[in-house]
Write a protein that binds this ligand. Structure first.
Ligand SMILES: *Cc1c(COP(=O)(O)O)cnc(C)c1O
Length: 231
């Protein structure tokens, strides 16, 4: 078995364990979807993951995603791709045509541009709103207090928002932020929750994560000196 297959198995065991509390099943492991974060990973590793049967992937940059998945997608038509990094409005057109879910909607202008572009392309893909739960200055995501207004706007623009996403501050207990995101989702009738990464997904699962975004724990460390992907 390849290292990557082993990693996939390990994660799946950890998910099952995180769905159990004191011997009681608290969640269905099948409700926790693993977004394999393939950003900056060598394409051979991605191919190994595909061979292992995994079909749900996350990329943080539109351009990089199109490079890698432009090659791979035609051979794997059932791939589902999530955009998990910040989206500039000048990339909205590509993002709408290329991704299956956009997890990082975080401002009114982006809501409007996405709605317009989806109408134009007649391609209506679900979106999550990224919430800056730690209210960190340098981080993207809408402030929690501004979430209701953004949801109202999305509703007016007929942009389909199905969930929330967050990246907790590095220096705070992530569980507080996961619980907060869950509360915001409940208050706003949103079903999906994208939270938890390699180092904290086990904490996100009991708090309701429906998508966990796992990179290094699946693929290994991202090489720092990876040459640009070529077509
Ligand atoms: C890179 C990235 C991940 C994956 O991080 P790992 O620590 O490698 O699991 C998850 N979410 C976002 C938004 C990312 O940019």
């Amino acid at each position: 078995m390849s290292q990557i297959e082993q990693n996939l198995k390990n994660i799946s065991l950890k998910i099952s364990a995180a769905c159990t509390l004191n011997g009681q099943k608290i969640r269905d492991a099948g409700d926790v979807n693993v977004v394999a974060v393939s950003k900056k990973q060598p394409i051979e590793r991605v191919r190994t993951m595909l061979d292992a049967g995994h079909r749900l992937y996350g990329e943080n940059r539109v351009q990089d995603a199109m490079q890698t998945w432009g090659i791979l997608k035609p051979n794997y038509p059932d791939i589902c791709l999530h955009l998990i990094g910040p989206l500039q409005t000048n990339k909205v057109k590509e993002a709408v045509s290329f991704f299956d879910v956009i997890e990082t909607v975080d401002r009114p202008k982006l809501v409007k541009e996405l709605a317009k572009e989806m109408q134009k392309q007649e391609r209506h893909i679900p979106c999550f709103i990224q919430v800056n739960t730690g209210e960190e200055k340098q981080k993207s995501g809408i402030l929690p207090a501004d979430l209701p207004a953004l949801l109202t706007l999305a509703n007016e623009e007929e942009l389909r928002i199905t969930g929330l996403m967050c990246i907790p501050p590095a220096d705070e207990p992530p569980a507080l932020h996961f619980a907060f995101l869950k509360k915001l989702a409940d208050e706003n009738n949103l079903k999906e929750l994208s939270m938890g990464m390699s180092h904290d997904f086990e904490k996100a699962i009991p708090l309701g994560a429906s998508y966990i975004r796992v990179g290094t724990a699946l693929f290994g460390e991202r090489p720092h000196n990876l040459p640009p992907r070529t077509l």
